[in-house]
Design a protein around this ligand. Structure first.
Ligand code: CA
Length: 465
């Protein structure tokens, strides 16, 4: 547009200068660029040789210059406005976009990281769940071991492996704890003026264990050893010592030693083979007969030492056996035979007595029950028992180095009560305790060690409660 305006002006100026140079007065006619006819009358000035400002060429140059300037200016303005706008908007937009893009990218990366972290947590939780499920399943399949020693102990015991010392030991260890906690305080026994007392009476004290022999092999862990208080001679005397190692599946060997010296040296003079295998550590000896419980049965056997033959065989009525009513040690100590001043006794329990100790006096020949008593102390809460002068005494613990005789039952009155007579398990695993009324000693087998305890009896009668 600006270009058109400048050309129109330029043509006027050009026409004017041309006609002035041609005539003094002249009429000039011509078409304008739009095609219209223009008439121009030209007259020479009388006063002026020329128009002020020269021939007009410089003026044209000036106009041209100005036009050029204007064009340049206009071009610059147009370009400037466009460029500025475009640059500013573009830069701002690009910058904003870049910023937004960066922000989005950042957020996307953050979300990606969160997702990965959560995935890891899910995997970890799944792994834990799998582990816990596995553990729960294995616990469900595992039998509850503690039930062996609780209320159902007797029945559980009957299913355990035969003569498994390891089992007996662990089981016994638990029961041992029960024996300790059920230990009860007792009335006082005053041993005054009883030092030379040789008759029957209450147990006043038990001395320290005296060692006679230590077993060599593993089969000597527990067993029975004893002397016949009233031997029938002449083959065996009151010096003869007897021993059976009861660890093993088929216990039949009865070792005879000439005397305590040979016994201590470990030189037997004879080995008798019993007609039936022996169960546990409850055997005893009296007047030339060896009395014992047949393995895995309530059968009692009398074996005649002189003739080396089975003399009597009988079932002890209702007696629990093979782990039904053992002592706290376990070891199938269900039926414990004992001898004292008044004869032969069986210490055991029955289902009718519900695990309480039953005492029966037995006929020496036939082994028939002559009379029975039911006590109020549970057999599996005590470590062992023995008879003295018709009184039953129980040992509280078979492992505690310093334990007690904690209960006495008098068959004369049919009543029992708690007592506290100190007793030592020097070797911490006492599997047998029996009384010899002639020697007036307790014989015990304490963890490979064959020991005796001196005891003191007293006249003092404290009455039963
Ligand atoms: Ca005993």
């Amino acid at each position: 547009m600006w270009l058109q305006v400048s050309l129109l002006c330029l043509s006027f100026l050009t026409l004017a200068s041309h006609s002035q140079a041609e005539d003094r007065a002249s009429l000039h006619r011509s078409n304008d660029p739009a095609g219209r006819c223009h008439y121009t009358f030209t007259v020479e000035s009388p006063e002026e040789a020329s128009c002020p400002g020269g021939s007009g060429k410089p003026e044209t140059d000036g106009v041209l210059s100005r036009l050029t300037l204007l064009e340049a200016l206009v071009s610059r303005l147009i370009a400037g406005v466009d460029t500025d706008t475009r640059t500013e908007v573009g830069a701002k937009g690009e910058e904003g976009l870049q910023e937004a893009y960066s922000q989005v990218i950042g957020e996307r990366n953050q979300l990606q990281q969160d997702k990965e972290r959560l995935n890891r947590q899910v995997q970890e939780l799944q792994r834990r769940v799998a582990e816990l499920s596995q553990e729960a399943e294995s616990l469900r399949q595992k039998p509850c071991e503690q039930s062996h020693s609780s209320g159902g102990a007797q029945h559980e015991n009957s299913h355990r492996p035969a003569n498994d010392p390891a089992y007996d030991f662990s089981n016994g260890a638990y029961q041992e704890m029960k024996a300790e906690v059920t230990e009860v305080p007792a009335s006082h026994l005053i041993p005054e003026g009883n030092h030379n007392f040789t008759g029957c009476g209450e147990l006043l004290s038990v001395g320290d264990p005296v060692l006679h022999r230590k077993a060599d092999g593993i089969t000597g862990k527990y067993g029975v050893w004893l002397q016949d208080p009233e031997p029938q001679g002449p083959l065996y005397t009151n010096k003869t010592v007897w021993r059976i190692d009861t660890v093993g599946k088929d216990v039949r060997q009865l070792f005879a030693y000439e005397d305590m010296k040979q016994f201590s040296r470990g030189f037997p003079m004879k080995v008798l083979v019993l007609p039936e295998p022996v169960e546990s550590t409850g055997a005893t000896m009296y007047r030339g007969s060896f009395y014992y419980q047949r393995k895995r049965s309530r059968t009692l056997i009398r074996y005649d030492l002189a003739s080396e033959s089975l003399a009597s065989r009988i079932e002890l009525p209702h007696a629990g056996f093979h782990g039904q009513y053992p002592y706290s040690w376990g070891g199938y100590t269900d039926i414990d035979l004992a001898v004292d001043e008044q004869g032969l006794w069986a210490i055991y329990s029955t289902s009718k007595a519900k695990g309480a100790i039953v005492i029966s006096q037995l006929d020496l020949e036939s082994l028939e029950v002559k009379k029975s008593w039911e006590t109020n102390i549970r057999k599996n809460t005590v470590a062992n028992a023995f008879m003295v002068c018709g009184h039953l005494y129980t040992v509280a613990s078979y492992t505690a180095p310093n334990t007690t005789i904690n209960y006495v039952f008098d068959t004369a009155t049919g009543k029992g009560r708690a007592v506290t007579v100190p007793f030592k398990n020097k070797y911490r695993y006492n599997s047998m305790v029996d009384y010899n009324h002639i020697q007036r000693k307790l014989y015990a087998w304490d963890n490979f060690h064959m020991v005796t305890y001196d005891i003191r009896l007293g006249r003092a009668s404290h009455g039963s409660s």
